[in-house]
Design a protein around this ligand. Sequence first.
Ligand SMILES: O=C(O)c1cc(=O)[nH]c(=O)n1[C@@H]1O[C@H](COP(=O)(O)O)[C@@H](O)[C@H]1O
Length: 236
Amino acid sequence: MQSQVSSPVIVALDYDSADAALSMADQLDPLLCRVKVGKELFTIAGPDLVRALVDRGFEVFLDLKFHDIPNTVAAAVKAAARMGVWMVNVHASGGERMMRAAVDALSEFGARKPLLIGVTVLTSTTPEELAATGVAKPLQEQVLNLATQAQSCGLDGVVCSAREAEALKAACGPDFELVTPGIRPAGSDAGDQRRTLTPSEALDQGADLLVIGRPITAAKNPMVALQDILTEIAGN
Ligand SMILES: O=C(O)c1cc(=O)[nH]c(=O)n1[C@@H]1O[C@H](COP(=O)(O)O)[C@@H](O)[C@H]1O
């Protein structure tokens, strides 16, 4: 999908109502940032909210992290594409057959095909937590493993921590999109995130897109917080 947006920032609209999400969106310029609809907001407000954002001119990242049998995931990404979203994601740990099914399902959308992104290891996960799930590889290796699998299946990029971006750019090349949450401007609270960097550090490491939620949405003045981030990036 051709993009018009001039900044790498994706604002995570992690709100508990359509009204709250739309009142934030109405303060944003769809040429200056994209927006993300995740599990809480989609569960509450559904496709109508997604369409309302698309109708306002936003490029929408539908972050539902699909992880299921290949047939179900293929149908789910198709349903997402029909809503006109710009990007959709699946868990890369769902396996190659699942990822290929998702790629095949989107082929009929031509130029309107959303970007298909694989989630590697969540930015809230520590190396110890990953090991406790039974994954034997060190965290960085597992991220690389899932990213190269996602690329070989035909996905457009992955979600990873910006701390892994440099290694993934080297391995996957410049055209493979690196979408990095866990972004924390200097001095802001990490919350439940564990593998974080600042916006400019993330871009320096090779991140293409920055998913930012609470540093903007929980700020006293969200628009000032967003503008400060855009200024930091522009001065980078
Ligand atoms: O796929 C995502 O967007 C995602 C993947 C990941 O590994 N970590 C992660 O934080 N996210 C999402 O990115 C957003 C980060 O929000 P903040 O921590 O508030 O900036 C949340 O909506 C998460 O659901």
